[in-house]
Design a protein around this ligand. Structure first.
Ligand SMILES: Nc1ncnc2c1ncn2[C@@H]1O[C@H](COP(=O)(O)OP(=O)(O)OP(=O)(O)O)[C@@H](O)[C@H]1O
Length: 565
């Protein structure tokens, strides 16, 4: 028989001191929908299981987010332990409706990474492993530990999402429709698990459409259409309060406008501070960065599509070079100046393209996971840095292979380590700047489909304004100004300078060299180090803006403020 979630069967988790949540005359506005909550007041005592029910669109999710402190109320106030909601962290769990767990890795491994990001840094590896196994057992997922998350059923994935939050034993857990889509037996078992958590101290608040959930909690808050509270009290009193014979009839009565008068906000328990345990130890930035880098690398290797793109694009570009250009273009006695410029351009563009494509899908595909981990204490700085440290070595290998193969095919000149070191550094910095640009675009878009559309938008200007097809001195003033912002221009010039195009065109045995030099002007007359510096600055600026965009996205709508993230 398939195991189902059960806490009672396995004994309690470590007891915690639950959070007291209070809503005082809370109203809420949503842009495009107007007022969605009206004058909502009720208390959620520590260690109690509260269910928010009501018809579809009544405002349950908005109320849950407002109670969690993720949305500032338009009027009234929400209090956590008698004070304004503080910074989120491992004591705080929020499980939204959508899937917010990476799908590529096996479930157990996914949870081990999640635990590393949430549990105190001093936690021993065996303790982490034991906690993960315990949570898997509690949620009836032990038999699925080795299964990739993408292969779990919808209900199992929902439980896996909840499992992530149980790793740290939060003081409060907010869940948006955790039982929707589950069969009645699994749903009831999940509710028993939440009940056991509440019995051990955690304050649990969830929204639901499942009638049976209403009867299994300590408190029901029933929202009427328009977002006012139609009833708040014990489940046993629900039907009687409406003179109804069943919960279905309560829904009908509420839709017809029946309301059970509530205690006035002032009559509710005064909002005094309660005993708040000291904040738990947080995982440091360096440890977060190391963990995230390991996880990013593992996710990359488990995703067949990304492995195919990583390995396939350099191979494809080398093959195109071999077919497009003749060998010996750099032969000093009889060079082909036009081809040498184009070879330099396409190396620059290849490095740019690798970096951009690797970066574009990195963040937008996991934004919900990032938002949730930010709530659990993840810093954005280590997250962005981990993307760079995971991808840059791969890009460096691709760039090096490109140069080695082109040299072996005689598409590049016979030259010393100095020249090839310069070409390699120019390529890697071009890739790094493009990777940072890809990460920025990936952070800025709202879904992966938009990131794909960004690819041509970002590539076209980099080709047109690179100075390779229309040399910079031949461009209009506006064109020259735009070319300044193109990393590809600086990579092209650094590569051309590094390989010595100017001297080849001036002193080589081709009559086409000097006129070409006139067209390109001083493009290749600067040391390659100038291009490296500009590319590095571009990379740092793109990374910094990515950080700003992600911090804003994570804070979006949240009343909490976390400086330094
Ligand atoms: N981002 C948004 N933009 C515009 N309107 C919104 C947004 N989010 C929610 N709303 C509106 O606010 C109201 C309350 O939405 P909410 O999601 O809280 O309802 P709900 O009771 O949770 O519904 P359901 O049970 O269907 O999930 C609805 O009218 C909804 O259309």
């Amino acid at each position: 028989m398939r195991p189902s979630p059960s806490a009672a069967a396995h004994g309690p988790l470590t007891p915690v001191n639950g959070l007291r949540v209070q809503a005082r005359r809370v109203s809420q506005q949503v842009r495009g929908a107007g007022r969605v909550l009206r004058d909502v007041s009720f208390d959620v005592d520590p260690g109690r299981l509260t269910v928010i029910a009501g018809s579809s669109g009544a405002g349950k999710t908005i109320l849950l987010q407002t109670l969690a402190g993720l949305r500032a109320p338009a009027a009234g106030e929400v209090l956590h332990d008698g004070a304004q909601p503080g910074p989120p962290g491992p004591e705080f769990g929020y499980v939204p409706q959508e899937d917010i767990i990476h799908r590529e890795l096996p479930l157990r491994r996914t949870l081990v990474y999640a635990a590393g990001l949430r549990m105190p840094p001093s936690t021993a590896a065996e303790t982490v492993a034991a906690r993960v196994d315990r949570v898997l057992e509690i949620l009836g997922l032990s038999h699925r530990a080795a299964t990739p998350v993408r292969a779990l059923s919808g209900g199992e994935r929902k439980r896996a999402s909840i499992a992530v939050e149980l790793l740290t034993r939060p003081r409060v857990l907010f869940l948006d429709e955790p039982t929707s889509g589950l069969d009645p037996v699994t749903g009831a078992a999940l509710l028993r698990t939440l009940r056991a958590l509440a019995d051990d101290g955690t304050t649990v608040v969830l929204t639901t459409h499942v009638l049976a959930d209403l009867l299994r909690c300590d408190q029901v808050v029933f929202l009427a259409p328009g977002g006012e509270v139609a009833f708040a009290g014990e489940p046993d009193a629900l039907c009687g309060a409406f003179g109804a014979g069943s919960v279905e009839e309560v829904y009908e009565a509420v839709a017809e406008g029946v309301r059970v008068p509530q205690a006035a906000a002032a009559e509710l328990r005064p909002a005094g501070p309660s005993s708040t345990p000291p904040p738990r130890e947080r995982v440091g930035a360096v440890r977060q960065w190391a963990l995230l880098t390991r996880r990013s690398a593992a996710l990359l290797l488990h995703n067949r599509l990304s492995v195919a793109v990583l390995a396939g694009s350099p191979v494809m570009i080398v093959a195109m070079f071999a077919v497009l250009f003749r060998a010996g273009a750099f032969d000093r006695a009889a060079p082909d100046p036009g081809s040498t410029a184009m070879i330099m351009f396409w190396i620059a563009f290849g490095a740019f393209f690798f970096g951009l494509t690797y970066g574009l899908l990195q963040i937008c595909t996991e934004l919900p996971v990032l938002r949730r981990e930010w709530l659990a204490g993840l810093r954005i700085g280590p997250y962005v840095a981990s993307k760079l440290t995971t991808m840059l070595p791969v890009l460096a290998v691709a760039d090096a292979l490109l140069l080695v193969v082109l040299r072996a095919l005689d598409r590049l000149p016979s030259a010393g380590w100095g020249t090839y070191g310069s070409l390699f550094l120019s390529s890697v910095l071009a890739s790094a700047a493009a990777l940072a640009l890809g990460l920025l675009a990936s952070a800025a878009v709202s879904e992966p489909g938009q990131a794909t559309l960004m690819l041509p938008l970002l590539c076209f200007p980099q080709v047109l304004f690179s100075g390779a097809f229309v040399p910079v001195p031949r461009m209009t003033g506006a064109g020259q100004a735009i070319s300044w912002a193109m990393t590809n221009r600086w990579a092209f010039e650094a590569l051309g300078g590094g390989v010595g195009l100017e001297s080849l065109w001036r002193g080589g045995g081709s009559p086409l060299g000097p006129p070409l030099l006139d067209s390109y002007g001083n493009s290749f007359g600067h040391p390659a180090s100038r291009g490296w510096l500009i590319l590095a600055v571009f990379g740092l600026v793109f990374m910094a803006v990515t950080w700003v965009v992600l911090v804003r996205k994570c804070r979006e709508g949240a009343v909490r403020s976390r400086d330094g993230r």
